[in-house]
Design a protein around this ligand. Structure first.
Ligand code: ADP
Ligand code: MG
Length: 396
């Protein structure tokens, strides 16, 4: 895989696909981790006199313009972090964008409006995506892939544009791949996988191959509930997707055969609803009241997870242990994060919210082996799946 070090960029128009899909809070960037992660590549390109065109998606606007998903606040924050103005185009492609790009001076940066304001970006139809990719490619001389968080998607700006322009990986993608390779080749054991979060449907499929790869699987967050129900427990009003229960049962069987323990929480912090001011209590996993929801793993579970993590040589963590955004339900996530920082293991954190959680809880990213910008992308990589955005870089 070529990197930007192998590219001539001086004076050239360089289209850089980044993943600046960051959480916004009332028009303000709530967590700028992904913007910071894009800086090494963007700074190198501007220092080398490239005319840099930055593009990204934000959220799921559904293929049409929607001001709630405008990248304008992200462009402003990027400008602050880069220490130079980032011009913003109100459209993603078209004549006005072409004119703005033509006027772009070497060493300057322009950012395009949300790629997903155009339905073709995510279309399943190759021809439709291709037409949009033609327009994007027409803006530039060279393409740089640095949006790791979107590389598992066969989208126009991720996949099709790379077929149309000379291309290379940015530093973020190179670093992500180097870190992920430590989870797929010559894994140092014991290898502990910690899973949590709320996007259970998106992640559940990964568990099968993780059972084969890992020595221990620790499950917290809403991910734990289908397993608990499969074991015959009641989980009250906890977040639960019923169609996962049968699969959870099969994973428990598979894990028993493989000799890979799936460790579930033995206690929970429960409350009537996810709010900081609601009364809460600690209950054992078999005593979740019918009108309460599990919002964090309990202290006993957190300690037992931490002990496993401290004994590991490799740790992969995806998904917070509880609703960390609310202080009363952040302890489980904090304890797990602390164990990772205290462990001798190579620690890998994937998942947008997991990365945001450790930053929000005050941990330095440098205290971990690698904090990935990609949740879905890193999960697919560790399963051994081919990421379209990476494959297209490696092919030529
Ligand atoms: P990531 O982005 O790291 O992959 P997810 O998107 O799957 O993680 O999930 C993150 C969300 O999971 C957080 O907003 C957190 O509040 C929520 N969460 C964690 N535990 C629970 C729980 N027990 N019940 C409901 N939501 C939870
Ligand atoms: Mg998430």
């Amino acid at each position: 895989m070529k990197t930007i070090d192998d590219l001539q960029v001086a004076g050239l128009r360089v289209l850089v696909r980044v993943d600046l899909n960051v959480p916004l809070d009332g028009g303000r960037v709530a967590d700028d981790g992904r913007i910071r992660a894009s800086l090494p590549t963007l700074t190198a390109l501007t220092n080398r006199g490239a005319r840099v065109i930055v593009c990204s998606h934000l959220g799921r606007p559904g293929g049409k313009p929607d001001s709630r998903y405008s990248l304008a606040p992200v462009a402003a924050r990027l400008g602050q972090l880069l220490g130079k103005p980032v011009e913003f185009t109100a459209e993603t492609v078209g004549p006005s964008v072409r004119a703005a790009v033509e006027a772009l001076r070497p060493g300057s940066v322009i950012m395009l409006e949300n790629l997903r304001f155009t339905a073709a970006e995510t279309s399943k139809d190759d021809a439709q995506r291709g037409l949009f990719a033609d327009q994007l490619a027409g803006l530039a001389d060279v393409y740089v892939a640095d949006g790791f968080g979107a590389m598992h998607r066969k989208h126009a700006s991720v996949y099709d544009v790379a077929l149309r322009l000379p291309h290379a990986a940015g530093y973020l993608v190179a670093a992500e791949v180097a870190a992920l390779t430590r989870l797929t080749a010559n894994i140092r054991r014991p290898y502990v996988v910690v899973l949590g979060g709320a996007k259970v449907a998106d992640k559940f499929e990964a568990i099968g191959s993780l059972i084969d790869a890992a020595d221990w699987i620790l499950v917290g967050g809403a991910m734990a509930f289908p397993f608990l129900v499969a074991q015959g427990h009641k989980v009250g009003t906890s977040l639960l997707e019923p169609d996962q229960i049968e699969l959870a049962r099969r994973y428990l069987d598979q894990a028993a055969h493989a000799g890979t323990p799936i460790v579930l929480p033995s206690d929970f912090i429960v409350a009537a609803r996810p709010a900081a001011d609601t009364p809460r209590e600690i209950v054992t996993a078999d005593k979740i009241p019918a009108d309460r929801m599990g919002l964090d793993i309990g202290p006993e579970s957190a300690t037992s997870f931490a002990i496993r993590i401290l004994q590991a040589s490799t740790v992969f963590w995806n998904g917070p242990m509880g609703v960390f955004e609310l202080a009363p339900f952040a302890s489980g996530t904090r304890t797990v994060a602390k164990a990772l920082t205290g462990s001798e293991a190579f620690t890998f954190i994937g998942g947008g919210d997991t990365g945001a959680a450790i930053r929000a809880l005050g941990f330095a990213e440098s205290a971990f082996g690698h904090v990935s910008t990609g949740g879905g992308a890193s999960l697919e990589f560790v399963q051994g799946k081919i990421l379209p955005g990476l494959a297209v870089l490696e092919d030529q």
